[in-house]
Design a protein around this ligand. Sequence first.
Ligand code: ZN
Length: 194
Amino acid sequence: MGNFNEHYEAGKSAAIIAAVAGLVITLNGGGDIGEGVIVAAGVGTVVLGTSLLPDIDHQASKPREAAGRFGVVSVVAGILGLVLFAPEIVDQLGLIVSTFGINGAPSSLGLGVLLIGGIVLLASGGEMFDSLTTHRGFTHSLPFVGLIGVIAVLVTWHLSSYGGILAVFAGQNGVLVGIAAVIGVLVHLGVDSK
Ligand SMILES: [Zn+2]
């Protein structure tokens, strides 16, 4: 199991490699050097950040009851917040679902995914919080890797809609950030498995 410094050093090395890869991919895809540098910086930062992320469960030593209550509130607030303040993320979730051949308006499909996800989260909450509060539990699992990857893509696409420098991360470059997040968490798991 790695300590913070081991994770930081491994994350830093992976971030540099990922940044160079991000630059090369962007230039190959016809982007200019400015776009390449922004993508490289974004990808590198995300790899470093997510390589440290799984150990957030170190701090989760509160009693289960309090954690459970916090969990319920954050699941409900999270769904409400997305619907109210970031409806385009709900739409994008719906679009992902519709690629699996399910028909319907993106916004209702997305809301359906959120509601089902929320119910599953609440129903399995007790066990999940037990594993969340144990180091190398949920945040050290492959489902967490996938979850972080999807969240990273959706958040990046959302941020890109604000325009400016962030506009670079629309479309395919947003997916690169998602891949960077997956790589970061995997680097963390790799260090822990030694
Ligand atoms: Zn760890």
